[in-house]
Design a protein around this ligand. Structure first.
Ligand code: F6P
Length: 325
């Protein structure tokens, strides 16, 4: 067992639904184990600037259902410097903080690795990002909610598309990952899904659009923002060149995918991982991300967690092909 007495929790990078549920779980688990728990505002930026405050059970009451992050989040330029990290460490020392829980994505864990290297402070990471682009967990906190937001939006788009016999190109988030696009695409019955992991095959896409025309009044193409096609407008233009008679519209869903009340899956995932993270610190673990694989808690070194390999489940891709007839 470790001698950890004072821990702090922070969120960093893009916010994700379920981050609040994770903060709540970390704070309450810390209190359960008689630790002093602190919050750090605005991620690494708040650490550098001493935005550090005690948290009690009440401070996390009534937040499990809220989107965003009550701790706020930021991308910190100062923490990228040796001096900034030294200042952050001094601020933690002033509060006698001897363990950290970092909730975020690859940028967060890259920063955490550097910090451990230089200051030898125990840090456990929780995967908080809508992109699902981390190795060491089946799902990241926020991914399920984001997909459900996409589904809700595209179902509505489908209503109007169907009424007008239109083709819609819908762009979704995911940075350089197509995992939001793929799962959402299957769920909305998209005719085509374009993702960065697979080189875009325009001819196959045109064929499918032409073919599916017989069976469907509307067609929906889901494009991941990181796809090599260059985004929804570029795809729409290519289609228009080939099929000038198509009535087409583009919709870019944007940041609505990051907001909203977390789904059951994200709340439970965040709660489980929040407990696991604090217990891991107490067991003396550090420099690892806690995740769930097949329902079991697993730990993955930060250096490996951030190495998203850019592959997708071929079976899911096949579903789009088979079911879009
Ligand atoms: O990483 C989460 C994410 O929402 C990505 O899907 C997207 O590319 C990016 O963040 C957008 O970042 P920002 O909020 O800084 O525009």
């Amino acid at each position: 067992m470790s001698n950890i007495k004072n821990i702090a929790v922070f969120t960093s990078g893009g916010d994700a639904p379920g981050m609040n549920a994770a903060i709540r779980a970390v704070v309450r688990t810390g209190l359960y184990y008689n630790l002093n728990v602190f919050g750090i505002g605005r991620g690494y930026d708040g650490m550098v600037h001493g935005d550090i405050f005690p948290m009690d059970a009440k401070s996390v009451a009534n937040i499990i259902q809220r989107g965003g992050t009550i701790l706020k989040t930021a991308r910190s330029e100062e923490f990228r410097t040796v001096e900034g990290r030294q200042q952050a460490y001094e601020n933690l020392k002033n509060h006698r903080i001897d363990g950290l829980v970092a909730i975020g994505g690859d940028g967060t864990f890259t920063g955490a690795s550097k910090f451990i290297e230089e200051h030898n402070i125990p840090i456990i990471g929780l995967p908080g990002t809508i992109d699902n682009d981390l190795v060491g967990t089946d799902f990241t906190i926020g991914y399920d909610t984001a997909i459900n937001t996409v589904i809700e939006a595209v179902d509505k788009i489908r209503d109007t598309a169907e009424s007008h016999d239109r083709v819609f190109v819908v762009e979704v988030m995911g940075r350089d990952s197509g995992l939001i696009a793929l799962r959402a695409g299957i769920s909305v019955g998209a005719e085509c899904v374009l993702i960065p992991e697979i080189k875009v095959e325009y001819e196959a896409m045109m064929d499918r659009l032409d073919r599916t025309r017989k069976n469907k009044a509307s067609r929906v193409i889901i494009v991941a923002e990181g796809d090599d096609a260059g985004g929804a407008f570029a795809v729409a233009e290519r289609i228009k060149e080939r099929f000038p008679h198509y009535d087409m519209r583009v919709s870019i869903l944007g940041h609505i995918q990051r907001g909203g009340s977390p789904s059951c899956m994200d709340r439970v995932l965040a709660s489980r991982l929040g407990v696991v993270a604090v217990e891991a610190l107490l067991e003396g673990r550090r420099g690892e991300m806690a995740g769930l694989i097949h329902g079991q808690a697993v730990f993955t070194p930060f250096s490996k967690a951030i190495k998203h390999i850019g592959t997708v489940n071929e079976n899911l891709l096949r579903l789009v092909d088979i079911l879009s007839l």
